[in-house]
Design a protein around this ligand. Sequence first.
Ligand code: 13P
Length: 256
Amino acid sequence: MRKPLIAANWKMYKTPAEAESFLHAFLPLVEGHTRNEIVLCPSFVALAPVLAAIKGSAHPAHPHPRIHVGAQNMHFAAEGAYTGEISAGMLSALGVTHVIIGHSERRQYFGETDELLNRKLAAALEKRLIPILCVGETEQEREQGKTEEVLSRQIGRAISQIEPGKLEPMVVAYEPVWAIGTGKTATPLMAADAHLMIRTHVAQLVGRPIAEALRILYGGSVKPDNATSLLSQPEIDGALVGGASLDPASFARIIQ
Ligand code: 13P
């Protein structure tokens, strides 16, 4: 059984104070929820305040699920002269447990390549962070019938040279680029189809047991009103939510 994971990617939104006020409203809404693993990925400057707010709100009489905190990016090196960068070890020392790797916005605007993401993925696993590796085709690639080729290439290069046994914690997020922030969602069947391509390819590369246990999230215009139909697909193990995760009530509705 794969535990569903619902993650919020806040991208470059919310100051530390805004993140705290989100939690103030959000935590009571998910009190007692256990079905999904919940992960919040704020900007780097809001990681510590979010971790502190979650810890501070823990109360034995009012248990809320353990909310996990993830970063949106990291550097592959352990440390070094890399001005402006943050390492996996730094994140993990802070209490961060997850990290998004290779979001299409990082690929598109910051030139991140599959080879770079391979190094980041290996470094995240080494520091026991749970990587959420993002893959997805552009609209043009889909129209040209290249979806499977693109997904296979992105996955294959990202996990290349990594010992299969070490990949167990990895999560994959299928985020078709044309569905991100556009209001266009993949239909549940389209998403399930892409997830099956990914799972089949992972099975070919590293074997069935790892592929069967792999959680594959869908991302791209997930909203409260389409979450149920997407998440009821057996191939869809959760969601990576952008815009609709910024509002506590809307993100809580997606989780519920
Ligand atoms: P939207 O939910 O805003 O489409 O963003 C999806 C996304 O990029 C999550 O990582």
